[in-house]
Design a protein around this ligand. Structure first.
Ligand code: G
Ligand code: G
Ligand code: MN
Ligand code: NA
Length: 253
Protein backbone atom coordinates (compact mmCIF):
# COMPACT_ATOMS: atom_id res chain seq x y z
CA UNK A 1 0.00 0.00 0.00
CA UNK A 2 2.82 2.38 0.82
CA UNK A 3 4.55 1.46 -2.40
CA UNK A 4 1.32 2.26 -4.24
CA UNK A 5 1.09 5.68 -2.60
CA UNK A 6 4.71 6.40 -3.56
CA UNK A 7 4.36 5.09 -7.10
CA UNK A 8 1.33 7.32 -7.56
CA UNK A 9 3.60 10.33 -7.00
CA UNK A 10 6.60 9.00 -8.91
CA UNK A 11 5.78 10.53 -12.31
CA UNK A 12 5.07 14.00 -10.89
CA UNK A 13 8.16 13.84 -8.66
CA UNK A 14 10.38 12.97 -11.61
CA UNK A 15 11.54 9.71 -10.06
CA UNK A 16 11.07 7.64 -13.19
CA UNK A 17 13.60 7.28 -15.93
CA UNK A 18 13.85 5.31 -19.15
CA UNK A 19 16.89 3.20 -19.87
CA UNK A 20 17.60 2.16 -23.44
CA UNK A 21 19.03 -1.19 -24.52
CA UNK A 22 20.32 -1.44 -28.12
CA UNK A 23 18.83 -3.89 -30.61
CA UNK A 24 21.45 -4.92 -33.15
CA UNK A 25 20.91 -5.92 -36.76
CA UNK A 26 22.98 -9.13 -37.16
CA UNK A 27 23.59 -8.40 -40.85
CA UNK A 28 25.33 -5.06 -40.27
CA UNK A 29 26.35 -5.45 -36.63
CA UNK A 30 24.91 -1.98 -35.90
CA UNK A 31 22.08 -0.87 -33.63
CA UNK A 32 18.85 -0.24 -35.54
CA UNK A 33 16.59 0.22 -32.55
CA UNK A 34 16.44 -0.08 -28.77
CA UNK A 35 14.05 -1.12 -26.02
CA UNK A 36 12.93 1.52 -23.53
CA UNK A 37 12.91 0.05 -20.01
CA UNK A 38 11.47 1.89 -17.03
CA UNK A 39 13.51 2.57 -13.90
CA UNK A 40 12.27 3.98 -10.59
CA UNK A 41 14.54 5.58 -8.03
CA UNK A 42 12.52 5.77 -4.82
CA UNK A 43 13.54 8.71 -2.56
CA UNK A 44 14.13 6.45 0.48
CA UNK A 45 14.30 2.90 -0.84
CA UNK A 46 16.53 3.69 -3.80
CA UNK A 47 16.30 1.60 -6.93
CA UNK A 48 13.12 -0.46 -7.27
CA UNK A 49 12.95 -3.03 -10.04
CA UNK A 50 10.24 -2.80 -12.70
CA UNK A 51 9.69 -6.51 -12.00
CA UNK A 52 8.23 -5.22 -8.71
CA UNK A 53 6.46 -1.97 -9.57
CA UNK A 54 5.08 -2.81 -13.05
CA UNK A 55 2.86 -5.64 -11.72
CA UNK A 56 1.68 -3.30 -8.93
CA UNK A 57 0.94 -0.60 -11.49
CA UNK A 58 -0.99 -3.08 -13.62
CA UNK A 59 -3.04 -4.29 -10.65
CA UNK A 60 -3.93 -0.79 -9.47
CA UNK A 61 -4.47 0.92 -12.81
CA UNK A 62 -1.49 3.24 -12.39
CA UNK A 63 0.00 1.57 -15.46
CA UNK A 64 -2.00 3.90 -17.72
CA UNK A 65 -0.29 6.98 -16.32
CA UNK A 66 3.13 5.31 -16.31
CA UNK A 67 2.67 4.20 -19.92
CA UNK A 68 1.60 7.65 -21.05
CA UNK A 69 4.70 9.06 -19.45
CA UNK A 70 6.93 6.37 -20.99
CA UNK A 71 5.49 6.87 -24.48
CA UNK A 72 6.06 10.61 -24.37
CA UNK A 73 9.57 10.28 -22.93
CA UNK A 74 10.61 7.53 -25.39
CA UNK A 75 9.19 9.33 -28.45
CA UNK A 76 10.73 12.69 -27.49
CA UNK A 77 14.13 11.18 -26.69
CA UNK A 78 14.16 9.04 -29.83
CA UNK A 79 13.33 12.14 -31.89
CA UNK A 80 16.35 13.83 -30.27
CA UNK A 81 18.89 11.18 -31.26
CA UNK A 82 17.31 10.98 -34.71
CA UNK A 83 17.83 14.74 -35.07
CA UNK A 84 21.45 14.19 -34.07
CA UNK A 85 21.72 11.92 -37.12
CA UNK A 86 21.25 8.46 -35.64
CA UNK A 87 18.71 6.34 -37.46
CA UNK A 88 17.80 4.26 -34.41
CA UNK A 89 14.17 3.51 -33.49
CA UNK A 90 12.62 2.76 -30.11
CA UNK A 91 10.44 -0.05 -28.70
CA UNK A 92 8.07 0.68 -25.84
CA UNK A 93 6.39 -1.99 -23.68
CA UNK A 94 2.62 -1.57 -23.42
CA UNK A 95 0.22 -3.57 -21.28
CA UNK A 96 -3.07 -4.41 -22.96
CA UNK A 97 -4.90 -2.34 -20.32
CA UNK A 98 -3.35 0.75 -21.89
CA UNK A 99 -3.54 -0.39 -25.45
CA UNK A 100 -7.30 -0.61 -25.31
CA UNK A 101 -7.80 2.80 -23.65
CA UNK A 102 -9.99 4.70 -26.10
CA UNK A 103 -7.59 7.61 -26.59
CA UNK A 104 -4.28 5.73 -26.57
CA UNK A 105 -3.82 5.62 -30.33
CA UNK A 106 -4.77 9.29 -30.87
CA UNK A 107 -2.32 10.11 -28.11
CA UNK A 108 0.49 8.19 -29.84
CA UNK A 109 -0.23 9.90 -33.18
CA UNK A 110 -0.19 13.28 -31.43
CA UNK A 111 3.13 12.53 -29.72
CA UNK A 112 4.64 11.44 -33.04
CA UNK A 113 3.39 14.60 -34.76
CA UNK A 114 4.62 16.99 -32.10
CA UNK A 115 8.05 15.33 -31.88
CA UNK A 116 8.47 14.90 -35.64
CA UNK A 117 9.35 11.22 -35.20
CA UNK A 118 8.35 8.95 -38.07
CA UNK A 119 5.75 6.37 -37.04
CA UNK A 120 7.85 3.43 -38.23
CA UNK A 121 10.62 4.40 -35.81
CA UNK A 122 8.28 3.43 -32.96
CA UNK A 123 7.54 -0.18 -32.05
CA UNK A 124 5.04 -1.21 -29.42
CA UNK A 125 5.87 -4.45 -27.55
CA UNK A 126 2.92 -6.45 -26.27
CA UNK A 127 3.41 -9.70 -24.38
CA UNK A 128 2.14 -12.83 -26.02
CA UNK A 129 0.01 -13.81 -23.02
CA UNK A 130 -1.94 -10.55 -23.18
CA UNK A 131 -3.13 -11.31 -26.68
CA UNK A 132 -5.09 -14.25 -25.46
CA UNK A 133 -6.98 -12.44 -22.72
CA UNK A 134 -8.83 -9.76 -24.64
CA UNK A 135 -8.12 -10.84 -28.15
CA UNK A 136 -10.98 -9.03 -29.93
CA UNK A 137 -10.25 -5.66 -28.37
CA UNK A 138 -6.50 -6.05 -28.55
CA UNK A 139 -6.53 -7.11 -32.19
CA UNK A 140 -8.72 -4.14 -33.01
CA UNK A 141 -6.40 -1.70 -31.21
CA UNK A 142 -3.29 -3.18 -32.82
CA UNK A 143 -4.87 -3.03 -36.27
CA UNK A 144 -5.60 0.67 -35.84
CA UNK A 145 -2.14 1.27 -34.43
CA UNK A 146 -0.47 -0.40 -37.40
CA UNK A 147 -2.59 1.69 -39.77
CA UNK A 148 -0.79 4.74 -38.38
CA UNK A 149 2.56 3.19 -39.36
CA UNK A 150 3.68 2.19 -35.86
CA UNK A 151 5.20 -1.31 -35.67
CA UNK A 152 4.01 -4.04 -33.32
CA UNK A 153 6.15 -6.72 -31.67
CA UNK A 154 5.04 -9.77 -29.69
CA UNK A 155 7.22 -9.83 -26.57
CA UNK A 156 8.19 -13.02 -24.69
CA UNK A 157 7.22 -15.03 -27.77
CA UNK A 158 7.01 -18.75 -27.12
CA UNK A 159 5.91 -18.55 -23.48
CA UNK A 160 2.26 -17.63 -23.96
CA UNK A 161 -0.03 -19.88 -25.90
CA UNK A 162 0.91 -23.12 -27.55
CA UNK A 163 -1.70 -22.61 -30.24
CA UNK A 164 -0.16 -21.08 -33.34
CA UNK A 165 -3.42 -20.57 -35.18
CA UNK A 166 -3.74 -17.02 -33.87
CA UNK A 167 -0.46 -16.03 -35.55
CA UNK A 168 -2.11 -15.79 -38.95
CA UNK A 169 -4.67 -13.25 -37.81
CA UNK A 170 -2.48 -11.16 -35.51
CA UNK A 171 -1.68 -7.69 -36.76
CA UNK A 172 2.05 -7.77 -35.89
CA UNK A 173 5.40 -6.99 -37.52
CA UNK A 174 7.88 -8.71 -35.21
CA UNK A 175 8.30 -11.74 -32.97
CA UNK A 176 10.58 -11.30 -29.98
CA UNK A 177 11.79 -14.71 -28.85
CA UNK A 178 11.73 -15.05 -25.07
CA UNK A 179 14.99 -15.07 -23.12
CA UNK A 180 14.23 -18.47 -21.61
CA UNK A 181 14.94 -20.09 -25.02
CA UNK A 182 18.04 -17.97 -25.64
CA UNK A 183 19.95 -18.40 -22.33
CA UNK A 184 20.47 -22.19 -22.67
CA UNK A 185 20.86 -22.24 -26.48
CA UNK A 186 24.63 -22.63 -26.72
CA UNK A 187 24.42 -25.79 -24.60
CA UNK A 188 20.99 -27.13 -25.44
CA UNK A 189 20.10 -28.67 -28.78
CA UNK A 190 16.40 -28.61 -27.91
CA UNK A 191 16.42 -24.87 -27.34
CA UNK A 192 18.35 -24.34 -30.58
CA UNK A 193 15.72 -26.34 -32.42
CA UNK A 194 12.86 -24.39 -30.87
CA UNK A 195 14.49 -21.09 -31.79
CA UNK A 196 15.15 -22.41 -35.29
CA UNK A 197 11.50 -23.38 -35.68
CA UNK A 198 10.33 -19.95 -34.46
CA UNK A 199 12.64 -18.24 -36.96
CA UNK A 200 11.41 -20.41 -39.85
CA UNK A 201 7.79 -19.83 -38.90
CA UNK A 202 8.18 -16.10 -38.27
CA UNK A 203 10.22 -15.43 -41.39
CA UNK A 204 7.89 -17.36 -43.66
CA UNK A 205 4.94 -15.39 -42.27
CA UNK A 206 6.81 -12.17 -43.06
CA UNK A 207 7.72 -11.13 -39.51
CA UNK A 208 10.98 -9.68 -38.27
CA UNK A 209 12.48 -11.97 -35.64
CA UNK A 210 14.48 -10.66 -32.68
CA UNK A 211 16.14 -12.60 -29.86
CA UNK A 212 16.52 -11.09 -26.40
CA UNK A 213 18.77 -12.14 -23.53
CA UNK A 214 21.87 -12.78 -25.63
CA UNK A 215 24.61 -12.97 -23.01
CA UNK A 216 27.57 -14.37 -24.96
CA UNK A 217 29.18 -14.32 -28.38
CA UNK A 218 28.66 -18.04 -29.00
CA UNK A 219 24.88 -17.59 -28.73
CA UNK A 220 25.02 -14.54 -31.02
CA UNK A 221 26.91 -16.57 -33.62
CA UNK A 222 24.37 -19.41 -33.53
CA UNK A 223 21.49 -16.92 -33.82
CA UNK A 224 23.08 -15.39 -36.89
CA UNK A 225 23.51 -18.83 -38.49
CA UNK A 226 19.89 -19.67 -37.72
CA UNK A 227 18.77 -16.47 -39.45
CA UNK A 228 17.55 -14.29 -36.59
CA UNK A 229 17.42 -10.68 -37.81
CA UNK A 230 18.13 -8.75 -34.62
CA UNK A 231 19.58 -9.36 -31.16
CA UNK A 232 19.40 -7.68 -27.78
CA UNK A 233 21.30 -8.65 -24.65
CA UNK A 234 24.08 -7.99 -22.16
CA UNK A 235 26.67 -9.35 -24.63
CA UNK A 236 26.05 -6.31 -26.85
CA UNK A 237 25.03 -3.69 -24.30
CA UNK A 238 23.13 -3.24 -21.06
CA UNK A 239 20.18 -0.90 -20.74
CA UNK A 240 21.56 2.66 -20.21
CA UNK A 241 20.30 6.15 -19.41
CA UNK A 242 19.58 8.53 -22.32
CA UNK A 243 22.93 10.37 -22.23
CA UNK A 244 24.98 7.18 -22.16
CA UNK A 245 22.84 5.70 -24.90
CA UNK A 246 23.46 8.73 -27.14
CA UNK A 247 27.22 8.30 -26.66
CA UNK A 248 26.89 4.59 -27.32
CA UNK A 249 25.08 4.95 -30.64
CA UNK A 250 27.41 7.75 -31.74
CA UNK A 251 30.35 5.37 -31.23
CA UNK A 252 28.43 2.53 -32.92
CA UNK A 253 27.67 4.29 -36.23
O1 G B 1 14.38 -3.95 -17.43
P1 G B 1 13.92 -5.15 -16.65
O2 G B 1 14.46 -6.46 -17.07
O3 G B 1 14.23 -5.03 -15.21
O4 G B 1 12.33 -5.18 -16.79
C1 G B 1 11.58 -6.07 -16.04
C2 G B 1 10.20 -6.18 -16.58
O5 G B 1 9.51 -4.92 -16.56
C3 G B 1 10.16 -6.67 -18.03
O6 G B 1 9.16 -7.67 -18.12
C4 G B 1 9.74 -5.47 -18.82
O7 G B 1 8.95 -5.82 -19.94
C5 G B 1 8.93 -4.67 -17.82
N1 G B 1 8.99 -3.27 -18.16
C6 G B 1 10.07 -2.46 -18.17
N2 G B 1 9.72 -1.22 -18.56
C7 G B 1 8.39 -1.25 -18.84
C8 G B 1 7.45 -0.27 -19.29
O8 G B 1 7.76 0.88 -19.58
N3 G B 1 6.15 -0.68 -19.42
C9 G B 1 5.75 -1.95 -19.14
N4 G B 1 4.46 -2.26 -19.30
N5 G B 1 6.62 -2.90 -18.73
C10 G B 1 7.92 -2.55 -18.57
O1 G C 1 9.98 -8.58 -20.43
P1 G C 1 10.84 -7.77 -21.33
O2 G C 1 11.37 -8.56 -22.46
O3 G C 1 10.21 -6.48 -21.79
O4 G C 1 12.10 -7.31 -20.48
C1 G C 1 13.38 -7.46 -20.88
C2 G C 1 14.22 -7.59 -19.63
O5 G C 1 15.38 -8.38 -19.87
C3 G C 1 14.70 -6.28 -19.10
O6 G C 1 14.49 -6.30 -17.74
C4 G C 1 16.19 -6.26 -19.40
O7 G C 1 16.90 -5.54 -18.43
C5 G C 1 16.51 -7.74 -19.33
N1 G C 1 17.64 -8.14 -20.14
C6 G C 1 18.07 -7.59 -21.31
N2 G C 1 19.13 -8.25 -21.81
C7 G C 1 19.40 -9.25 -20.93
C8 G C 1 20.40 -10.29 -20.90
O8 G C 1 21.24 -10.45 -21.78
N3 G C 1 20.35 -11.14 -19.83
C9 G C 1 19.42 -11.03 -18.84
N4 G C 1 19.47 -11.89 -17.84
N5 G C 1 18.46 -10.08 -18.85
C10 G C 1 18.46 -9.20 -19.88
MN1 MN D 1 9.99 -6.07 -23.79
NA1 NA E 1 10.55 -10.38 -23.11
Amino acid sequence: LELYRDLKKAVAEGELQLYYQPQINLETGKAVSCEALMRWTHPDEGFISPGEFIPLAEKTGLITELSRWALKEAIDQCARWQLAGHSVGVSVNLSCHCLTESDMIDRIVELLNSSGLEARQLTVEVTESLFMEQSEQVIDALTRLRETGVLVSIDDFGTGYSSLSYLKKLPVDELKIDQSFIFPMAKSKKDRMIVHAIVELGTSLGFEVIAEGVEDGATGKILKEIGVHKVQGFHYARPMPFDDFCFWIAADQ
